[in-house]
Design a protein around this ligand. Structure first.
Ligand SMILES: [Zn+2]
Length: 406
């Protein structure tokens, strides 16, 4: 390729940039990689392609570490009836939307039974279509339980009911054979599933241990959907890397995570708040989900704050929300972590970038404005460290591996 250009007069955020990076910098990008970071005004770039950012903020692209690209319909029941080829195209529509609002890396935590997200990831990697970097779990592993069977409202997403070590081994191996990047387990009931209890553990140690073992043999890891405190402790003791949602995490779980870089939690406030703020209260779905989630909200706030306030827990970024919700409000996760949880702006920005990269084990490639990393970058008109509301709207520009998307 050998395409080199310079982003000039970029305002960098120290917490999201390499150590010692100047506050106002020129960034040299070569073949999609950040090749140099220099103090602005020290050098002229004669004969080179230069793009002047005029003091606007340059930061890493957002990493959404918990999403389902197959969740394009507002009502989950509708999704059960989308045909497989149409599904892949809808996944692509969602992926393109994410890229447009500055999400340059996506971790899909459970796709449909046709592996449409895996197909999309392959198409992106081949260069057939343009989309964010995608890491997919394939199909989720869900023990037989209320709200988690193929005939439930989420039937398109949860077809592997695993109820023994042998069934787990088989299902995990099928996922890897089909190209999964990691494995997603269900350790507790869910907020959304009818009859499902989020606080209650549903998986046995020997099932989790088997999944973790085979994931490690494939040089990757397990993520687990876990709201309840006991199930979180169980999962961590079995070697699971990322705790999804982590709604009711307690001191025992936090002690197991203290100071670690190889495990952490991925809260998903957007989906929880979305269920309350935007589900039709008169619909069948609304009638069961709104009272159920509302009753748990204060406890979620207290538990997530106990994780944050310790300062030694790796907290990542997830939204778990549908395309419709993401379209309505691109920055809802920023809003909820700021308004509902009261977290510090710089910490929130780290969660959305570098922390998630570390949790996913891709920090060698992305998550920081640093020499040698992919040029997955966004340009923000404003200073998000002082005013997080600038993240509620689309960034001014998006770069994916050095290519300007817009
Ligand atoms: Zn999810």
């Amino acid at each position: 390729m050998n395409h080199t250009y310079v982003l000039q007069h970029c305002r960098l955020i120290p917490q999201l940039s390499e150590e010692g990076a100047p506050e106002l910098a020129d960034i040299v990008i070569r073949d999609g990689i950040i090749a140099g970071i220099r103090e602005s005004g020290k050098k002229t770039y004669e004969g080179m392609e230069v793009f002047d950012l005029a003091g606007k903020t340059l930061m890493p692209g957002i990493i959404d570490a918990h999403i389902h690209l197959s969740m394009t319909e507002t009502n989950p029941a509708e999704a059960n009836y989308v045909d497989p080829c149409a599904r892949t195209l809808r996944d692509l529509k969602y992926a393109k939307h994410l890229l447009d609002i500055g999400v340059t890396t996506v971790r899909d935590c459970g796709e449909d039974r046709y592996f449409s997200v895996t197909a999309l990831r392959n198409a992106v990697n081949e260069g057939t279509v343009q989309g964010p970097h995608i890491y997919t779990s394939g199909i989720t592993m869900t023990p037989t339980n209320a709200g988690g069977t193929p005939d439930s409202e989420f039937g398109y997403m949860v077809p592997y009911n695993v109820d023994s070590k042998e069934e787990m081994r088989k299902a995990v191996r099928i996922n890897f054979a089909r190209g999964a990047d990691f494995i997603k387990l269900y350790g507790t009931g869910s907020m959304m599933g009818k009859g499902s209890v989020p606080g209650i553990g549903i998986m046995e140690d020997y099932e989790i241990l088997e999944a973790v073992k085979i994931a490690e043999e494939n040089e990757t890891y397990c993520a687990i959907h876990c709201h309840g405190a006991k199930a979180i402790v169980q999962a961590l003791n079995c070697g699971v890397r990322t705790i999804e949602h982590a709604s009711f995490i307690d001191k025992e779980g936090l002690d197991l995570l203290a100071g670690r870089k190889d495990a952490g939690i991925i809260p998903t406030l957007s989906v929880t708040m979305e269920l309350i703020e935007h589900t039709d209260p008169d619909s069948e779905y609304g009638k069961h989900v709104i009272p159920k989630v509302s009753a748990l909200l204060e406890k979620i706030r207290i538990c997530l704050n106990s994780a944050y306030q310790r300062g030694d827990i790796l907290i990542g970024w997830g939204t778990d929300q549908s395309l419709a919700a993401y379209t309505r409000e691109p920055g809802s996760e920023f809003r909820h972590r700021h308004d509902f949880l009261g977290w510090n702006n710089a910490d929130i920005l780290k969660q959305a970038t570098v922390n998630s990269a570390v949790l996913m084990g891709i920090d060698d490639r992305t998550g920081l404005v640093a020499e040698g990393k992919d040029a997955d970058l966004i340009v923000i008109d404003g200073d998000p460290v002082n005013d997080i509301t600038v993240m509620y709207r689309k960034p001014e520009h998006v770069f994916l591996k050095g290519t300007m998307i817009r």
